[in-house]
Design a protein around this ligand. Sequence first.
Ligand SMILES: [Zn+2]
Length: 130
Amino acid sequence: MTRIDVPSETLVVEIGKDGLNIVETFMQMSGMDDSAQVICDICSKPLGKMKDVKHIESPETITIAVRNGFKPEQMLKATEDMLKGQGEKNPDDLMEIVFESWKSIVDKSETPWALCEDCYKSIQIYIKKR
Ligand SMILES: [Zn+2]
């Protein structure tokens, strides 16, 4: 079994007869009090305290960007590196699952997303495509 950490969710996957199965997912609820350190909801870059966060986007905005083809490249790259670090020879199959599961997180999301400068900019490109 392989554990995959994506922002706000951990997946446990195993390779069975029919390919990859998601065995379990855990949502990680992050506290939102004023002194908590906030990380970018897309790439997990530290953003400082909640009051210092410059870019907050509604979940609807993120959904629109994803529908227009936005991919969380930084997050996918970090996950791929992590899988390779675990000795995973074919991270590509797993990456499909990571991206699919990330999209379902976006769909289910009802809370605003804190974004770093880079992710904010890359999201804007896809929102304007509308
Ligand atoms: Zn980011």
